[in-house]
Design a binder for this molecule. Sequence first.
Ligand code: NAP
Length: 286
Amino acid sequence: MNITGSTRVLGVFGHPVSHSLSPVMHNAAIRALGLDFVYVPFHVLPENLEKAVNGIRALDIAGVNVTIPHKERIIKFLDEVSENARRIGSVNTVINERGRLRGESTDGAGFLRSAEAVWGKIGGKVVILGAGGSAKAVAYALGDAGCEVVIANRTFDRAMELAQALKAAFGADKSRAVGLGGDDLEREIRGADLLVNTTSVGMHPHSDGIPISPELIGAGLKVYDLVYNPLETRLVREARANGAEAMTGLGMLIHQGAVSFEMWTGQNAPVEVMAKSVEHIMSGEL
Ligand code: NAP
C-alpha cells in the first residue's frame, strides 16, 4: 500500500479497538482493488467521542466504522441518520459527504447477505435468541425480508419491547415474544425455518456455553450463531451433530464490512479477499 498526499483515510472508532479485525479486512480490500485509501484504528474514549466526530470533519476523514461502546451515543453528534439506523438506534458506519456526516447501520444487511450467500433467499419463520443491539439489526432486516420473527430473551420485557416495535413496523401477525426457556420456545423452534443466536452465550472465553438445550434443534432447522469467536461455537457444533445446517457470525462480520466499504468507495467489495484476510487472522489467533 502506497500512502501519498492524496490518500483518503478510513478507520474505526472503538474502546477498546486493538482487537478489531476491520483494519486488516478493509486494507486487504483496498489493496486488492488498488484504491488510494488507508484504514486505521482510532482508540476513542467515551468522553472524547464528540471531539473525535468533529475530527472526522476537521481532518476530512472519508468515513469510519463505529464499534462498542459508541454505536448508540454517536447518533446525536451526526448531521443525518438513515431510517434503518434510526429505527434500531445504532450506527456502525459514518460517511463523510463534504463535511456532512451521515450514520448508517450495515449489520442487518450484512447478516442477511451472509445468510443468503450460503442458504439462498431467507423467508418463513425465524426465532431470534436475544433482544440486544444485534438482535434489533437482525430482526428488522428479517422483517424487511417478509419473515415472521419470534423474539426469545432472558429478560422478557426486552423481548416484548422489541416484538412490539416489530409489530408496529411490519404488522401484528409478524412478531411475538417468548421467554428463553419453557414450552413456548420449544413450540416456536419446532415450527421455525431459522434460529438465530444474537446473545453472547458461547463466546470466548466461555465457549462451553450454549443459549438453549441442543435437544430443541432438529435436522430441518437452519442455525445462525452471530458469535464468531470461537469459529465453531458449541451451538453450531451441537446443531450440526443433530443434522441441522449451521453457520457462525464470521460471514456477517465480513458482509457488514463489505456494505460499509461500498458506501465509502462506491466500488463492489472484494468479499472473498476480505474473508481470507479475516480467516487468516482468526486461525492464527485461536
Ligand atoms: P448486547 O446488546 O449486549 O445484547 C446481549 C444479549 O445477550 C441480550 O439479549 C442479553 O439478554 C443476552 N445475554 C447475555 N448474557 C446472557 C446469558 N448468560 N444468558 C442468556 N442471555 C444472555 O450485545 P450485542 O451487541 O447484541 O452482541 C451480542 C453478540 O453478538 C456478541 O457475542 C457479539 O460479538 C455478537 N455480534 C456479532 C456480530 C457479527 O458481525 N457476527 C455483530 C454484532 C454482534 P438480556 O437482555 O437478558 O441481558
